[in-house]
Design a protein around this ligand. Structure first.
Ligand SMILES: NC(=O)c1ccc[n+]([C@@H]2O[C@H](COP(=O)([O-])OP(=O)(O)OC[C@H]3O[C@@H](n4cnc5c(N)ncnc54)[C@H](OP(=O)(O)O)[C@@H]3O)[C@@H](O)[C@H]2O)c1
Length: 248
């Protein structure tokens, strides 16, 4: 159990990749702080982890776009546990649309959650990791942080930002402060992520694309996160691209 008693904070833990990561890391002995807005989902997950592994998880109902609430949540976590070993910066949304639809509220929302919210969590955890002499920040980017597609412009922009940020953070934080930084870049994963899409043309094009591509399971990404977290001390996994075998 390499992660035994490590304190791991996971944002977006109420579904998909975040919930699968919680299960994977709890199985290896990590102690979890589960963050999202849907509190009931978090409590159900915490109960499941308690039943399976006799581990108590902290749950925090939090909208990561609220800067002051994020910073006080990280204070609360630090006061409770005395340290934070890992942040899995995972919360995000993907209401993709064509630019000429001018879905400006959705553009704002993606920038607020995928980029600014992720940064607020970094601001919450960084002083803690610096003081304790190390830690590991996992930023969930995407294959959309490396490749662009029509309809994905703003989502692409947020995920390109997360990939760039992660590499610059690695250079600033890893050699001198022992804070590792990993960008995880999933291809298509079967989760609730597409449920926020409101552009009917995008939804129609999604329903037609299909082909024989089998999307990844959230557990496949949890495995990649586990891999990055469990390497020897001197090994820094900077970037992991995980694709469905048949996705271009
Ligand atoms: N699924 C894919 O194909 C795929 C591919 C590449 C990258 N990703 C990335 O993977 C990450 C996780 O997505 P997923 O696929 O697991 O989708 P998901 O099941 O929809 O999970 C998204 C999570 O983010 C949380 N969240 C959204 N807005 C939030 C906010 N304002 N404050 C706090 N939490 C918030 C949601 O919780 P609440 O609604 O309870 O707040 C939920 O737990 C995202 O960053 C996504 O961009 C996904």
């Amino acid at each position: 159990m390499i992660l035994k008693d490590k304190i791991v904070v996971i944002t977006g833990a109420s579904s998909g990749i975040g919930a699968a990561t919680a299960r994977k890391l709890a199985a290896d002995g990590a102690r979890l702080v589960l963050i999202a807005r849907r509190e009931e989902r978090l409590q159900e997950l915490a109960q499941e982890l308690m039943d399976a592994y006799q581990t108590e998880s902290m749950t925090i109902k939090l909208d990561i776009t609220e800067r002051e609430s994020v910073l006080s949540a990280f204070k609360e976590i630090t006061e409770s546990y005395g340290r934070i070993d890992v942040l899995v910066n995972n919360a995000g949304l993907m209401p993709v649309s064509y630019m000429d639809k001018l879905k400006i509220d959705e553009w704002d929302r993606m920038i607020d959650v995928n980029l600014k919210g992720l940064l607020y969590c970094i601001a919450g955890v960084l002083p803690v990791m610096k003081n304790q002499g190390g830690g590991h920040i996992i930023n969930i980017s995407s294959v959309a942080g490396r490749k662009v597609w029509p309809g994905f412009a703003v989502y692409n922009a947020t995920k390109f930002a997360v990939t760039a940020l992660s590499e610059a953070m690695r250079m600033e934080l890893t050699p001198s402060m022992n804070i590792k930084v990993t960008a995880i870049e999933p291809g298509a994963v079967a989760t609730e992520l597409t449920q926020t899409i409101t552009d009917q043309d995008i939804l129609e094009s999604f329903s037609k694309r299909g082909g024989d591509m089998v999307p990844l399971a959230a557990e496949d990404i949890a495995n990649a996160i586990y891999y990055a977290l469990t390497q020897p001390d001197e090994v820094m996994v900077g970037e992991v691209l995980v694709m469905p075998r048949r996705q271009m």
